[in-house]
Write a new protein. Structure first.
Ligand SMILES: *Cc1c(COP(=O)(O)O)cnc(C)c1O
Length: 382
């Protein structure tokens, strides 16, 4: 990259957008008396966990959440000292490193709790625990019939000084479908589980809300909210109105070659597209190995030289071809594959709609070995 603008395949991460989104979410939480945990699992949904963690903590989030112990330790080693919860372990995983690093750990079973207690006693310090009740997602979490056992055991472990029970928590299945009856059903089960924890003598916080619930269910904010996708500016409930979020990721490349091709010529493998008249095409050096799904072939466009232009023929491993008609497009010109949408460029949400998936899957899959990530404060600095 000798020329600053001529990226091969780059994810521009606009930190100002992340700060803005976290401020929006933390403000909503604060209005209902809740604090904010920014979820930065899966390398900050592909945006860079450390970058996002720092920006989030500067913008109103007081907690961080990740899935694995490895992710949590990565943040601790980089100097992040904020409260940090991790919630998913492999079978029998040793939780000593997490407890030693002051990472909060989730317990869904009495067996989890025992492992946490063992880690705590080997370290001579209490472990910070969040008890997870399964309220109907039927993934992780304690089944309601085992919950009384779990809270009794946790209360005893707390009395023994082995653990500090900080929270009771759960996760929603259908919060992105406002009005779905499961949301209230899960909330009812959650309140019941909390009451049982109190009856066992615990005085925990409660947290339930993901991004969709932060945006649409202030009554379910409880003490702490756990937004993920909205931190990155992607709205999980666009049908519920404009929430003023700003997408933080722009995927861009630049033209490496332009050429004229004659009428009747086929483009790319299989000649799935043919020129009907003489046209200019532009070669862009990104392909499916760089996160452009091959199944988008013939179904998407990019922003190039002032407007959207269709990608023609198949997306290859390393390259794709853009139809430029008779326009003057130059080698080195910026190509935006998706971005916030300001310049009418495609968005990650649009890719997701075309592909029949969700924008979560698009952004978390973008950072790959040949793709660079450039962190800028604002869009203007590109
Ligand atoms: C990923 C995740 C979140 C964040 O969900 P979003 O829909 O991205 O806001 C919250 N809590 C848990 C347990 C998660 O796994």
């Amino acid at each position: 990259m000798n020329d600053q603008t001529a990226y091969r395949a780059d994810l521009r991460i606009e930190v100002g957008a992340i700060r803005h989104n976290v401020a929006v979410l933390a403000d909503r939480a604060r209005r209902s008396g809740a604090r904010t945990m920014a979820v930065v699992k899966s390398d900050g949904y592909g945006h860079g966990a450390l970058t996002v963690a720092r920006a989030a903590l500067e913008s109103g989030a007081e907690w961080l959440g990740v899935a694995s112990v490895t992710e949590a330790l990565h943040l601790r080693r980089a100097g992040i000292e904020a409260p940090l919860l991790c919630w998913l372990y492999s079978h029998g995983e040793d939780l000593t490193p997490a407890v030693a690093a002051g990472v909060d750990v989730s317990a869904s079973t009495v067996a989890d709790l025992r492992r946490i207690e063992e880690a705590a006693s080997s370290l001579g310090r209490p472990a910070r625990v969040h008890l997870k009740i399964d309220t109907g997602l039927n993934r992780s979490g304690c089944p309601p019939e085992q919950w009384p056992d779990l809270v009794e055991s946790a209360a005893k472990a707390q009395a023994d000084g082995a653990v500090e029970v900080l929270a009771v928590w759960s996760h929603l299945a259908c919060a992105d479908e406002p009005g779905h009856p499961s949301v209230d059903m899960q909330a009812d089960r959650f309140r019941r589980a909390y009451e049982q924890a109190r009856q066992a003598g615990l005085r925990p916080m409660r947290h339930l809300a993901n991004s969709a619930a932060v945006l649409t269910r202030p009554d379910l904010h409880f003490d702490l909210v756990r937004p993920g996708i909205a931190v990155y500016g992607l709205d999980p409930v666009p049908q519920a109105g404009d929430h003023g979020l700003r997408p933080a990721m722009t995927f861009r490349s630049s033209v490496v070659l332009t050429k004229r091709i004659a009428a009747g010529e086929g483009v790319s493998y299989g000649h799935s597209w043919r020129a009907e008249q003489p046209v200019t095409v532009a070669l862009v050096p990104v392909g499916y190995a760089d996160g452009v799904p091959r199944t988008l072939s013939g179904r998407f466009s990019v922003w190039l030289a002032g407007k959207r232009r269709p990608v023609v023929g198949r997306v290859c491993m390393d390259q794709l071809v853009v139809l430029c008609d008779d326009d003057a497009v130059a080698e080195g010109d910026e190509v935006v594959l998706f971005g916030p949408g300001d310049r009418s460029e495609p968005t990650a949400a649009e890719w997701a709609d075309t592909l029949g998936t969700i924008h979560y899957e698009i952004v978390t899959g973008m950072y790959r070995p040949r793709v660079s990530r450039t962190v800028v404060e604002t869009e203007a600095e590109s």
